[in-house]
Design a protein around this ligand. Structure first.
Ligand SMILES: *[C@@H]1O[C@H](CO)[C@@H](O)[C@H](O)[C@H]1NC(C)=O
Ligand SMILES: *[C@@H]1O[C@H](CO)[C@@H](O)[C@H](O)[C@H]1NC(C)=O
Ligand SMILES: *[C@@H]1O[C@H](CO)[C@@H](O)[C@H](O)[C@H]1NC(C)=O
Ligand SMILES: *[C@@H]1O[C@H](CO)[C@@H](O)[C@H](O)[C@H]1NC(C)=O
Ligand SMILES: *[C@@H]1O[C@H](CO)[C@@H](O)[C@H](O)[C@H]1NC(C)=O
Length: 466
């Protein structure tokens, strides 16, 4: 038997203990499982270890574009950025523990109540975002395929979002890419489809993929940012139903595996990853003012309302079962000329929001704005902002297989419960409002906050750029 001196044992044990302690603290610095989001808590992207399933951009060797002066400053700013994020995480953690917030400014709105998964965490996270979050938009390219987007259409959120992010006066504007926490690919999916697929003779995604791949190659060759995170701190925002198809570049290369997809068509069975991607609401911006109005909940005469053509399979089942069938569940395919769509929503207790060709429906925001409790008829739909909003508190969800039971389900909701749901719908309205310029807690801030939350959880490599 070899006798190990006990002093040595004590020494190694202390060393081990010390190492564990250090690991624990560094880990906590960089990784945080936001307790108010079970979806995010399990995922942390550690990009220091290269992902073997992601192919690097190989088209051309990358030339470091920055002068050495900028590069030296860059490391400094990057360090400051990481410290900023660590501080934000600590402040959020503190807010959760103390059930209060810390702010250097006067708070104009304090989110409270059960519509939030954790109101304290959300509030502090929003404060930290306003204080620190910086977004860089690549300047390359000309409109309309990039730096543009519709303002008044079913995809109108694209144009409004682009305008806000590209506004130099925005508090989120990064003056220099090294200052940025995230990078926007300013690609307009809607305009690519509009201009390159005109006339629309094919649904082949070839052209769309070519433009997005070419653009990404340009910015990845010119700057180190896409390459260094393999796209994980880059995002593309679009409500168009083709946007989810950006997962692959041309040649089938997995260029966009890590990209944060900020999209309406948040179909979890079609590649939408709730931990990485962001679900945004579809908004019909066709002239209908996004005003919050509607009848008093006690004076709403219609139990449930829907009007719309057949777009996709869920609408088809809905119309088959309920079109012109019931006095209380009013389902129309074509609304009679003497009836007004939004007036009917304002007079209904529940508004049916079935998925169309894509999972999202503009009816969701219309229902919320008219004080009508949304009844989401969908499968595999990741609802917008569900990191922070608890949809079960202000909406109902009915899977497509239960469409025949709609009336039974709605009749089963007691008046007291309906009143609660409706009150909370009114509370949640501010998060679906579109303002120009954007205001804290409105839909623009909610979208950005979803991106911010994902960035908070991503640990980027600390490689030096030189
Ligand atoms: C919460 O914090 C604010 C300022 O940060 C303070 O004015 C307020 O008294 C605190 N509320 C509670 C309940 O501690
Ligand atoms: C940019 O933001 C400023 C301040 O928020 C606002 O006054 C201005 O109208 C915005 N410009 C555009 C083009 O949206
Ligand atoms: C970009 O990626 C390629 C391939 O992985 C690598 O060789 C190169 O060093 C990277 N460039 C920068 C600037 O990070
Ligand atoms: C969601 O994705 C699944 C799988 O691709 C598909 O079958 C379904 O139709 C999609 N839902 C909608 C509403 O597009
Ligand atoms: C009716 O509501 C009760 C409680 O609110 C619930 O337990 C029950 O499953 C509901 N029944 C139907 C058919 O939805």
């Amino acid at each position: 038997m070899v006798k190990i001196p006990s002093r040595l044992v004590v020494f190694f044990l202390s060393l081990l203990f010390f190492l564990i302690l250090i690991t624990f603290f560094t880990y906590n610095q960089n990784h945080i499982a936001l307790p108010y989001d079970s979806a995010l808590s399990s995922v942390t992207y550690d990009l220091e270890t290269p992902d073997p399933t992601v192919e690097p951009l190989t088209t051309l060797p990358l030339k470091p574009p920055l002068s050495s002066i900028i590069a030296n400053n860059a490391n400094h700013i990057k360090k400051r950025n990481n410290i900023g994020l660590a501080k934000a995480r600590a402040a959020i953690r503190r807010a959760i523990q103390t059930r209060n917030f810390t702010s250097s400014k006067k708070e104009i709105f304090v989110p409270r109540g059960c519509i939030y998964r954790n109101a304290y965490a959300f509030h502090q996270s929003h404060i930290e975002m306003l204080k620190r979050f910086k977004v860089w938009t690549y300047k390359e390219g000309e409109p309309p395929l990039v730096h543009d987007g519709p303002m008044a259409s079913i995809y109108g959120i694209d144009g409004h979002f682009m305008t806000e992010v590209e506004n130099r006066s925005s508090p989120f504007w990064a003056g220099h890419p090294e200052e940025a926490h995230v990078f926007m690919l300013p690609i307009s999916v809607v305009n690519i489809v509009k201009y390159l697929y005109h006339p629309l003779t094919t649904f082949s995604r070839g052209q769309f993929k070519r433009v997005t791949t070419d653009y990404t190659n340009i910015i990845a060759r010119k700057y180190p940012y896409f390459n260094r995170s393999r796209g994980a701190d880059h995002f593309l925002a679009s409500c168009h139903d083709w946007a989810p198809d950006i997962s692959r570049g041309t040649n089938g290369k997995v260029l966009f595996k890590n990209l944060i997809k900020v999209i309406c068509n948040a179909n979890t069975s079609k590649g939408f990853n709730p931990a990485k991607d962001v679900s945004i609401p579809e908004m019909s911006l066709l002239g209908f003012e996004l005003t919050s109005s509607g009848q008093d909940p006690n004076h709403r005469s219609i139990l449930a309302f829907f009007a719309g053509g057949v777009h996709g399979s869920i609408g088809k089942i809905l119309l088959k079962h309920w079109k012109d069938k019931d006095e209380e569940v009013k389902v129309y395919e074509y609304l009679p000329k003497d009836l007004d769509y939004h007036d009917l929503m304002r007079s209904s207790k529940f508004c049916l929001c079935p998925s169309g060709y894509e999972v999202a429906s503009p009816r969701l925001v219309e229902a919320i704005n008219t004080g009508c409790v949304p009844v989401i008829v969908s499968d595999h739909y990741q609802l917008p902002f569900s990191d922070v909003l608890d949809w079960s508190k202000f909406s109902l969800h009915i899977p497509s297989e239960r469409i025949p039971e709609i009336k039974t389900i709605l009749k089963n909701v007691t008046h007291a419960r309906y009143l609660k749901l409706q009150k909370r719908v009114m509370q949640v309205q501010r998060h679906f409002m579109l303002n120009h310029p954007a205001k804290p807690f409105d839909v623009f801030h909610m979208i950005l906050h979803s991106i911010w939350l994902r960035r908070l959880n991503i640990k980027l490599p600390s490689i030096d750029i030189q």
